[in-house]
Design a binder for this molecule. Structure first.
Ligand code: FES
Ligand code: FES
Length: 161
């Protein structure tokens, strides 16, 4: 099939591109737009590393085609905050030492952002349930849970380690 023209808003910027119909949204973001903060792990919907927001809802970018995002708004981790102006959740991850290699972190952040909008004061079981679709091989999750509590104001700020 010939390329298809799409117009996708990513992090509040409108991009028009001609893409192969089979191009994954994850590859579109990474290769066409250079937004490599969206990570690709399993490429079949299991690990959650590729999670982005589509019209505010968390989706697996590896399970969507770029053409399916035509006319929609995508948010990636690059749109959350910057090095000088971290999103509160990113700041909490840093404070609570919630990442090691960081490969899972963008997907976890993009999963948690809409979760926390719907559940501003989650208990630990709700946090762990929300994280259940995101695999992290480094942290054992405890510090990630602590970071979420920190972002919600339900955990003390950890001492520097
Ligand atoms: S890369 Fe998409 S869920 Fe693993
Ligand atoms: S911090 Fe390494 S996979 Fe999660």
């Amino acid at each position: 099939m010939p390329p298809l023209s799409i117009a996708v808003t990513v992090n509040a910027v409108l991009y028009r591109r001609d893409v192969e119909p089979r191009l994954l949204l994850s590859d579109f973001l990474r290769q066409e737009l250079g937004l490599t903060g969206t990570h690709v792990g399993c490429e079949h919907g299991v690990c959650g590393a590729c999670t982005v927001l589509l019209d505010g809802e968390a989706v697996r970018a590896c399970l969507m085609l770029a053409v399916q995002a035509d006319g929609h708004a995508v948010e990636t981790v690059e749109g959350l905050g910057s090095m000088d102006d971290l999103h509160p959740l990113q700041a909490a991850f840093r404070q609570a030492h919630a990442l090691q290699c960081g490969f899972c972190t963008p997907g976890i952040l993009m999963t948690l952002v809409p979760f926390l909008q719907e559940h501003p004061n989650p208990d630990e079981a709700e946090i762990r349930e929300a994280l259940s679709g995101n695999l992290c091989r480094c942290t054992g999750y405890q510090n990630i849970v602590d970071a979420v509590k920190l972002a919600c104001g339900t955990a003390p700020v950890p001492a520097d380690r």
